[in-house]
Design a protein around this ligand. Sequence first.
Ligand SMILES: Nc1ncnc2c1ncn2[C@@H]1O[C@H](COP(=O)(O)OP(=O)(O)OP(=O)(O)O)[C@@H](O)[C@H]1O
Ligand SMILES: [Mg+2]
Length: 279
Amino acid sequence: MISHAGKKDFRSEVFIGNSPEILNILNIINKVADEDATILITGESGTGKEIVAKEVHKKSRRRTEPLITVNCGAIPFELLESELFGHERGAFTGAHRERIGRFELADNGTIFLDEIGDVRPEIQVKLLRVLQKHSFERIGSTQTITVNIRIIAATNKNLDHSIAEGKFREDLFYRLSVIPIKMPPLRDRKSDIPLLVNHFLEKFQAIRKTKEKEFSNEALDVLIQYDWPGNIRELENLIERLSVLVDKRVFDVSDLPENFLQKKQEGFEKSAARLKKDI
Ligand SMILES: Nc1ncnc2c1ncn2[C@@H]1O[C@H](COP(=O)(O)OP(=O)(O)OP(=O)(O)O)[C@@H](O)[C@H]1O
Ligand SMILES: [Mg+2]
């Protein structure tokens, strides 16, 4: 079984994987989806943190309500507070009209706080209160608003280090990580690579309406050996690039970018050296 969401439909994302690591994560998702416990998803860039958050929401009874994503790392500090909590008209210079924050928009649904490790301590205090009481005030207002939300957070930072450096509140960390989900890097679950390769080949065939394409066995071996520092996003981007640029039905080793081939060469030299030692 490849797809975990029934028939593959590239308009909605599908969560792919058959490795013990991914099956374990799917198991956790299924167990916690209908609970309201806060989830903290950690893992390197491109490992699928956001797709896991979407999967939890999709499987929860909140699925018909909004999933509101806030990329805390991408919003400038001065704007983040009003983005999250909203503000009243005239609350600060430039606040010409009232604004509803993302926590209010997410009422009855799920809020996904992405890159939570980038949030500054001033806002961390306010988040702590939302986590504890599900309530907050819009900037410039004294009226307390209470919401019914499920909170999911994610980060590629090592929050233990941030806590040790005094950059992240320990109490917030414990509140967030009631259910911790650690996404394994792709190099630690190589058995998923062929499934993901097929998935993305099909995805770009469907989008670009081209004929079926595949990798030669040798090229697939190179993909399996490679260590994927950019994880699944890097794999997806590579397959998109090849689908667009290489006008062949079967992608071969020579179609792969040079850094993949260097890896192969190193691997070859290493195994040659090992062989020599054995003789
Ligand atoms: N298990 C999976 N099955 C199918 N597609 C996946 C899977 N995991 C990740 N992807 C795809 O890989 C890309 C990167 O995933 P995602 O954005 O969830 O990673 P991330 O951990 O949030 O990365 P970043 O830290 O860079 O924000 C997305 O296009 C996503 O759809
Ligand atoms: Mg992400």
